[in-house]
Every structure is written in C-alpha cells, then in structure tokens.
Design a protein around this ligand. Structure first.
Ligand code: ARG
Ligand code: ZN
Length: 501
C-alpha cells in the first residue's frame, strides 16, 4: 500500500494548501452543551446568537414542516466546528456563504464543520435548510410537538425548539426573531411579538411575526391552526393580540373570559413590576390536550384544560407576571427557576388579595401550615431544586412563601422597590438567585444570607421560630384554605393533573 508512506515534505505541502492559520492548534470544537449541570447537552459552547430568521412552511394535513433558518452569531472561541440543537432532517448548511459539512450526533446535536475554521470574536452567518415531520422525532424518549386537529403547537419548558428550528437551546443565549410561516389559506400561524404582515399566494398565506426584544429559545412559540384572532390596546397603551382555536367547544367561553383580561392584567402588573417590557402582549388557546400553560414571550400559551372548570384569571396573572420575571429577566442556569416560578406565583397571591379571595399573608400561612414537617415538600430547595424537581409544587408554593418571608424581613417599602427595580436592573438580560440576593441586600440595606438559606436552600421545614420571625403561624395550627387556592394551584406545570409532556 503505497499510501502508507508519505514523505514529510508532502505533509508540509498539504497543510499549506489547507491554509490553516499559524495558531491552528487553538481551534477546537465548540462544546455540545453550554454548561448547565441540570441539562448537560442543552445549548452549545463557542458562539453567541443575536438573531434567528425562520422562514417556514407547514402543511397541517401531513405535519410536514419545511424551513430555512438564518442564524446570526458571534464566535466566543476559535472554532473548528460547533453544534446546534435540532431534530429535523437537514439538507444543507452554509457558514458565511460556504457549504459546510454536518452530521447529527448525541440526542439532539447537529454538528457543523465549516470549510474554514472560525476565529474567536467574529460574526458568523449560518443558514440551515431543513424539513421533516416533527411528530415523528424524539430525544431522550419524548416528543413535545403537540398535534391538534387542525395543526400543531410548539410550547414547552425547558425545551421545545428542537422540533421546529435549530438553535443554541439555553435561556442564557437570548436573541431577536423574525418568524415567517406559510400555511394553507384559512389556517393561521401564531408566534411571538407583532404581526408584521400577511400575504396570500396560490393557496398559501404567509404570516410574518417579529420579536424585537431578546427572547430565550424556550419562550419562542409557534402555533398553526384555525384561530379567531382578537386585537385591542390596553388602557396603558399595550397592544394585545389573542387567538382562540375555533374548536374549543365547551371551554370557549371560559377561555375568552380569562384571556381577554390580558390588557387589564398587564396594566395592573405594571404597577408592581414597572412598564411592560415588550411591544405586544397576548395569549393563545389551541386545542391541545396538555395541562400546562407557558409564558411564551409576549404571546402566552394556554392549554384549554386551564379553563375546563370555568374562567381562571389567576393563571393569566401567573403567565403575564413571567413576562417580567422569566422573559425580560431570564435565568442564568435552570437551577435559578425560583426567579421565574416563585415570583409568578407571588403575583397570583397579590391578585388573590386584590380580589378579596385571601391575602398574601393568609396564603403564606396556609402553605406553611398545610405541609407537616415530614412532608417531602420541604426537602425540595426552591433555590436549587434539581432537574427532576424543577417544576415541583415546592418551587411555586414554597418559592412564593420565601418571597413573603423576604417581605416581612425588609418591610413593604423596600420589598416593593425590589419587586419593581429588579426587572429594570437586569432588563432583557439574565440573572441568578445569588444576583437577586445581592440586589435585595443593596436595596434594603440588610444582610439576607440567613433568610435566603432558610427559605430557599434548607432541605427541611423552617422552624416555627423562623416562621414566627416571618410572622407565619406555628406548625400544626389549622389554617383555612384561601378561596383563591385551587386556581392558584392550577397554574403549576400540569403535573398534578397527570398531564405531562
Ligand atoms: N413555566 C410554566 C408555568 O409555570 C410551567 C411549564 C411546565 N412545563 C411542563 N412541561 N409541564 O406556567
Ligand atoms: Zn410559571
């Protein structure tokens, strides 16, 4: 085999031909995960995305999705290759205009090797052409593309993007979006932000949506189906776009009677959290069978089940509160989930008090008293619950209790200053629980390590003495269930009614 013997001179000539820079040794593959211990393969290393342009076509009859994604990014290291998170079938990838090699690996990695390695700190344009039937694609044994009788929905946490666009799928890499979807005439496509245009041609209508503020990948949503779309403007001037599936049946009235309150609730929440952070608000109710709602940015996803027992404004308050706590200020790592769920639940407590259905203090007393010390509820640390307990009741209820304890500790003036100041402090960015503690200490002038330790990180029920300091009732004392309780609980991820992914 003559190929085995290669003279050193030939090797040298070959590497010259490849024109790899002198520092080629520093070029390495980007990591297949962004470094989140809860989800080691979510997100990717080596680059940062600033914009996703998604040009799609979807056929409800067959569940076929076709698309071209144009991704604007900047490298954060010298890259020989990099990953996107994606499950559909890819036909072509271009990096800075040149065709790139690609392969699927692990559960949901698309590994891209550009013709020329990419130097750190340079802008990169990646074009991915793809197609596929999302309902046939799984990772880790699950699929969260929701088929409906007349279309489909992408909305889940912590992941949903893999089924409809290639991305750096982690909330720490936020980007703006243009999402343009062609669907058969008579069908609508709903996404985040504002509807820029609709155009019909040869039996297909194209809906073009724009999200002009940074958005986490899991907060990007797509719904295709036959919807009634309502538009209005809140008293405070926020444009509202809502959409209801035309086949909600008996849930139709209750869904509209809840979600049509969006403008009023956005204005009410603005008094606590500051100006609404996005150019549009609203929600949509498709005919899905899941149990949860999701705070998809500026266009909340509601399952019809949220309204099966009648109207539920409390869940609307929860999801709209996330627009500030979760969407505007997003978590740094998934362990920081308390910054989302604790505050969205606390907003429901404030609404309960506003509606005369139980004060925040009565709700805190009820949570404290209704879980005995040996209840596993207290073993969950809302400040770092673990991936399998990320949406546990304790993250929501013990999480909101911790916020009431903070309020008692710092007093109402400092507390409400913190509540309103936080979204401004980290507008359109990311933050951690530790960042929140530091901020609350700065605003209140009080050391809070012990308080946060007890209420967010102690794997057992805080002692009655700590409870009394927070003016919570003693363990074991019977406390009546506040009127608002059942609706507040209904906003939790749907795990209590058995509707998982
Ligand atoms: N963040 C959502 C909410 O509290 C919960 C989503 C739960 N996710 C799930 N797959 N069940 O509104
Ligand atoms: Zn929530």
């Amino acid at each position: 085999m003559h190929r085995r013997i290669i003279a050193p001179g030939v090797l040298a000539a070959a590497s010259l031909l490849l024109a790899i820079p002198a520092s080629a040794a520093s070029y390495s593959p980007g990591a297949p995960g962004i470094g989140d211990p809860y989800y080691p393969y979510y997100g990717n290393g080596g680059y940062d995305v600033s914009h996703y342009d998604l040009r799609l076509r979807y056929q409800p009859k067959t569940d076929e999705l076709q698309g071209t994604a144009t991704i604007l990014a900047k490298t954060t290291q010298d890259l020989s290759s990099f990953d996107l998170d994606f499950l559909l079938d890819v036909s072509e990838v271009r990096v800075n205009g040149a065709k790139a090699a690609f392969t699927h690996s692990q559960q949901h990695e698309l590994v891209i090797t550009p013709k020329t390695p990419l130097a750190k700190g340079t802008p990169v344009t990646v074009v991915v052409r793809y197609s596929g039937v999302p309902s046939t694609k799984s990772a880790y044994g699950f699929n969260t593309w929701h088929r409906t009788p007349d279309g489909a929905v992408a909305a889940d946490e912590p992941e949903a993007a893999w089924w409809w666009f290639p991305s750096n799928d982690h909330p720490s890499d936020k980007a703006t979006y243009d999402v343009s979807v062609a669907v058969p005439d008579g069908t609508q496509a709903i996404s985040n932000g504002t509807l820029q245009s609709t155009a019909s041609q040869r039996g297909w209508t194209r809906y073009s949506w724009r999200q002009n503020k940074p958005q986490a990948t899991y907060l990007s949503t797509l719904a295709i189906g036959k919807f009634d779309i309502t538009t209005s403007t809140s008293e405070g001037g926020v444009p509202v776009v809502n959409a209801y599936s035309k086949d909600l049946g008996d849930n139709d009235g209750a869904a509209r009677a809840s979600v049509e309150r969006t403008g009023e609730i956005v204005d009410w929440l603005s008094d606590y959290f500051g100006p609404y952070p996005f150019s549009s608000a609203g929600g949509y109710v498709p005919n899905t069978t899941t149990g949860y709602a999701l705070e998809t940015q500026s266009r909340v996803y509601y399952s019809p089940k949220q309204f099966a027992k009648g109207s539920n404004v409390s869940v609307v308050v929860h999801e709209l509160a996330h627009q500030w706590y979760g969407d505007d200020v997003s978590l740094k790592k998934w362990k920081d989930i308390w910054l989302n769920e604790g505050f969205a639940t606390y907003a429901q407590w404030l609404w309960s008090e506003h509606e005369g259905e139980g004060t925040t203090q009565e709700l805190a007393d009820y949570v404290y008293a209704s879980h005995p010390a040996d209840d596993p509820f207290w073993t969950v640390e809302p400040g770092d619950p673990g991936a399998d307990k990320q949406f546990d009741d304790a993250v929501y209820d013990r999480g909101a209790l911790a916020i009431q304890a903070l309020r008692k500790e710092v007093g109402d003036d400092a507390f409400f200053a913190i509540l309103k100041g936080w979204p401004k402090e980290h507008a359109y960015g990311n933050a951690s629980v530790a960042d929140f503690q530091r901020y609350a200490e700065k605003v209140s002038g009080k050391p809070l390590a012990a308080l946060f330790g007890t209420w967010l990180f102690q794997p057992s029920k805080p002692a009655a003495s700590a409870g009394r300091a927070a003016s919570l009732v003693k363990a074991g004392t019977a406390v009546a269930q506040p009127k608002s309780w059942k609706k507040i609980e209904a906003a939790h991820g749907g795990h209590s009614d058995g509707a998982a992914r």
